[in-house]
Design a protein around this ligand. Structure first.
Ligand code: AMO
Length: 439
């Protein structure tokens, strides 16, 4: 409707308008959350990123021009308002603003595609179809404020521990996690793929002598799953470190998860309250369950599972019911893990691979890696892959590759454990699944 002239700049977020600002003039900017017209007085709730404030317009006592603007307002329109703060026992935060000037920046069409006031609950698909509006709800924006803080504290953790942040290509020539889950794309006259994992590049960075690296980036998986924990585009927090084994990097992961939880408890109190989540800092080191023991535990719950199989969903649930919070699953069968995983020296059918679980949800996988080129070439062939397709990767192992280990932590799944959400779609702004490519 109108451009943003210089005198229209926000002086306060709504949550900063309190008794201490009573008597002052403030300028707030936001969305019209609710309008109640009682005839002699009109109340308008204005919402911004941080909260809400009441605009009170006694129809006989305010400037007729301002009143006219108030009457034009419609739900979810974007406005600016200047006015004097006044204490009021009845107003939602104990103060209200008596408007002296209102600017309508953008009138919202009616009816709205969904109700952003949280009074009417909508199905996830309806919500995602109008995600921009769904994200206006404090119970939804809280998830992303927590996610932002989670990524912030993750970066802080890595930086404080001397890791170097890297950015590896997402347009790649080969698979890393098994051949079936790649999205093919046309790369000029060749076929290429969207990257499933920074795996090969983070390992090559060990040969480059970077010692400790991390990356926070998108991974793409062409999985056909339609589950509450799989997406086709996810965020992975990856690390790799030289001269470390699986036990060393499990400790790094354990420390990271704890530090993130402590930081979120300290810095996201309002968001946790909004989501009604009582986050607990895990005590000591996470419990370690070997794959062998997990098979026995799962079978003891009458869920059939043979040694050597991956965990079915039923098996994960049975195990999750017996375990509390975060725990590691270790010594996975070599056969079902990717080619880069280091087998045990004495019992090569078992490996140095681990998963970090939260109840029945896998949130991270990692391992000590094979760092000998011959063994790696052999493993690639054993998995039915063509070693020639890994030429550039294998070369890095032939001219000085240190022993190394690392893991990938699913950021969206980690966020589910912090927010208590069961559907991964809730923790991603614009999720990508089999059926959804827009918005
Ligand atoms: P993995 O394939 O187990 O391991 O992936 C690591 C973590 O990423 C998350 N994740 C997903 N999240 C949502 N939707 C998906 N489709 C999805 N796929 C994976 C999970 C999972 O635990 N290169 C190895 C890591 C390593 O060894 O360093 C890897 O990618 O939380």
């Amino acid at each position: 409707m109108t451009r943003l002239s210089e005198e229209w700049r926000r002086t306060h977020y709504t949550k900063e308008v309190d008794e201490n600002t009573a008597g002052n003039e403030v300028t707030v900017m936001g969305w019209v959350h609710e309008i109640r017209d009682l005839g002699g007085i009109i109340f308008v709730l204005i919402r911004d990123r941080e909260g809400q404030i009441q605009l009170t317009a006694p129809t006989k006592h305010i400037d007729p021009e301002v009143l006219e603007m108030v009457k034009k307002l419609r739900k979810e329109s974007v406005i600016g308002m200047k006015g004097i703060v006044q204490e009021s026992g009845k107003a939602p935060n104990g103060v209200e603003i008596i408007p002296s000037e209102i600017k309508i920046f953008n009138l919202a069409n009616q009816p709205l595609p969904m109700d952003p006031t949280e009074k009417v609950k909508a199905e996830i698909d309806t919500r995602l179809d109008s995600r921009f509006m769904d994200l206006r709800k404090s119970s939804v924006s809280a998830i992303f404020k927590i996610k932002s803080r989670m990524l912030h504290s993750t970066r802080t953790f890595f930086e404080e521990n001397d890791y170097i942040e890297v950015n590896t290509p997402k347009l790649v020539a080969s698979a890393t996690e098994g051949g079936t889950e790649l999205f093919p794309i046309t790369y000029f006259e060749r076929e290429a793929f969207l990257s499933q994992s920074p795996q090969l590049y983070k390992q090559m960075m060990m040969s480059a002598g970077f010692d400790k690296v991390y990356e926070i980036a998108q991974i793409f998986r062409a999985e056909e799953h339609d589950t509450l924990r799989h997406l086709n585009e996810a965020i992975s927090i990856d690390m790799e470190a030289s001269f470390m084994d699986d036990a060393d990097v499990m400790k790094v992961l354990n420390d990271l998860v704890k530090e993130v939880i402590i930081d979120i408890k300290d810095n996201c109190k309002n968001e946790l309250n909004t989501l009604e989540v009582n986050l607990e800092v895990p005590e000591g080191q996470f419990e370690v369950v070997t794959y062998d023991d997990a098979v026995d535990m799962i079978n003891s719950k009458d869920v059939p599972m043979e040694w050597g199989e991956d965990l079915s969903r039923a098996a994960e649930k049975a195990l999750g019911d017996m375990m509390d919070g975060y725990y590691f699953l270790t010594e996975w069968p070599t056969e079902i893990k990717p080619f880069y995983v280091m087998p045990n020296e004495k019992t090569p059918e078992k490996s140095h691979a681990f998963d970090l679980m939260y109840k029945n949800l896998e949130i991270s996988s990692g391992a000590m890696r094979v760092h000998q080129a011959d063994m790696l070439r052999e493993n690639i062939a054993k998995k039915g892959l063509n070693p020639d397709a890994f030429g550039a990767y294998l070369k890095a192992f032939e001219y000085g590759m240190p022993p190394h280990a690392g893991w990938g932590l699913g950021a969206d799944r980690f966020n589910m454990t912090l927010t208590g959400l069961e559907n991964i779609r809730e923790t991603v702004l614009f999720p990508r699944d089999r059926r959804r490519l827009t918005p």
